[in-house]
Structures are given as structure tokens and as C-alpha cells.
Design a protein around this ligand. Structure first.
Ligand SMILES: [Zn+2]
Length: 271
């Protein structure tokens, strides 16, 4: 973990990239912004979540680091003995010292639009970030991320999904988002701008019941789906949307208990 210490007092923040090791664009964006940022106010910790996975270019080595920040009592035997668990313990030492986190990610879905994952406590920061879609509700449907951890200890956790990990624009989105975060947090003195944002609240996560979950089609992130539309088949059972929804992170799965998709709905504000 690296630290920028400003000459003037100010808040403490933390910026992470590479919590998933194959999201290289975020690692490159963080390195380039912090090399150029110059003098700041307060303190900013910054670093890489999963160095071993970054070196190998894989999402994770033994366990998904971004699920290991939940209550340790709820972790599986394998999770609690993984390399990533030792990383979560290491990272918590720095998360505990900061008041707000920006954690940068990129999607494995082609053409994915950038979006923010945060909760209502992030008002005052998120509206200044250059990403037009703001998604809440992850803390309850998919706990265990870095942002979840920050919120759980009364601080502010924001995760920025910067677009498809193979798209060169994703690195630019990540760079702009880091700069806007540093401005919104008062580390850099510069005008901040708000933008109009669309809000979505996630409602449920579907975990597979068989080892053969197949989507009925490829779904774009945040694609709108109709009540009772078939999303996929889990073994022999057709899985339908229970109401009009938006779908996120939909993928085929071949093991029981895997995350297959999330459903949410459009809301008027960050709730
Ligand atoms: Zn990620």
C-alpha cells in the first residue's frame, strides 16, 4: 500500500484497483493518476487489492477477494484459508484508517456501461463522479465487497465499474473517476461538477440450484426485462423474472450455488 501525504491537513481516503486481478485497466489508471497528482490536502492511501492475481492476469487465485470482507464467521473453510483472505486482512488495516473508499473495477461483459455501486451514505461524493448510472442495494444482496466493509464500519464505500475490461475507454473512465473523487473529497482544490444520474436499486441475487444454468439469451448489463420473462433454465426449471426488472451480471454457470444474475429496479434517487 502506498500513501500520499499532503502538506495541508485534510481528510483521509483510500483508492484501490486490482481487487480482481484481470481488471488491468484500473491498475494502470490508478498508477498514472497518482504519479501525476502532485500535492494534495490530507492523506490518500492507494494500492492494489490482489497482487498475485494481477501478476497472473486472473480474477483471483483461490477465492473472490471481493466477497471476503463479510463477517468472518460466514466464510467457508476454503475462503478463510485462501491467499485472498490474507489480503482482505491486510487491506482492512488501511480501510480502517480512511473515511471513504473508491474501489475501481471493470466488467467482463462487452459493451458494459460504467456504473457506481454505493449506498445512500455516499451522497456528497457520488453525484460529482463522471458516471451516469448509480446502483445501490449491493450491501444486502451481495455482501462482502470492500465497499460493503466500509459501509459496515460507518464509513463510505464506493465501487466504480468503469466499463468492459477489454475496452481502452475503461481506463480513461477510471482515471477521470479517480480525479473527480479526489476533488469531491477535498484532496484537490478544483471545481466539482454534478451530472444527471440514473438510479437503480438491486433487489435480489440468483444462486444456481443445479450444475447446469443456461441463460435464454445474452443479457446486457441493466437490460430491462419483463415480468415473467424467462431468464434461463436451471437444470430443467425455467427461471423467470418475478416482475419488471433490470438484470445485471448474467452468466451461464456449471456448479451449484454460483452467482448467476442480479435483478433490480429503476428508482428516482439514491436510496
Ligand atoms: Zn471487479
Amino acid at each position: 500500500m502506498r500513501k500520499l501525504n499532503g502538506d495541508e491537513p485534510g481528510p483521509t481516503s483510500i483508492v484501490l484497483a486490482g481487487v480482481h486481478g484481470d481488471e488491468r485497466c484500473c491498475v494502470d489508471a490508478l498508477l498514472s493518476v497518482m504519479a501525476d497528482v502532485g500535492n494534495i490536502r490530507g492523506r490518500v492511501f492507494y494500492g492494489f487489492g490482489n497482487p498475485r492475481a494481477i501478476r497472473s492476469g486472473v480474477r483471483y487465485v483461490e477465492a473472490n477477494l471481493n466477497r471476503l470482507f463479510r463477517d468472518p464467521a460466514s466464510l467457508t473453510y476454503g475462503e478463510s484459508r485462501s491467499y485472498e483472505y490474507s489480503r482482505s486482512t491486510f487491506l482492512k488495516k488501511y480501510l480502517d484508517q480512511a473515511d471513504a473508499l473508491l474501489d475501481l473495477h471493470a466488467s467482463f461483459t462487452e459493451n458494459s456501461s460504467p456504473f457506481l455501486i454505493c449506498e445512500a451514505n455516499s451522497k456528497g461524493i457520488t453525484e460529482y463522479l463522471p458516471i451516469s448510472m448509480v446502483v445501490s442495494g449491493f450491501d444486502s444482496v451481495e455482501p462482502g465487497g470492500t465497499d460493503y466493509y466500509m459501509n459496515s464500519i460507518g464509513k463510505i464505500g464506493i465501487c466504480a465499474e468503469c466499463g468492459y475490461l477489454g475496452d481502452p475507454d475503461s481506463e480513461k473512465v477510471a482515471r477521470r473517476t479517480i480525479m473527480a473523487f479526489l476533488r469531491a473529497r477535498g484532496h484537490i482544490t478544483a471545481p466539482v461538477v454534478t451530472r444527471s444520474q440514473k438510479h437503480i436499486r438491486m433487489r435480489s441475487l440468483y444462486l444456481t440450484r443445479t450444475d447446469h444454468f443456461v441463460l435464454s439469451k445474452t443479457f446486457a448489463d441493466f437490460e430491462e426485462i419483463r415480468n415473467s420473462e424467462i431468464i434461463g433454465t436451471d437444470g430443467d426449471t425455467a427461471i423467470r423474472a418475478g416482475r419488471d426488472s433490470v438484470i445485471l451480471f448474467a452468466r451461464n454457470r456449471n456448479a451449484v450455488g454460483e452467482e448467476a444474475f442480479l435483478l433490480g429496479e429503476i428508482t428516482n434517487s439514491l436510496t
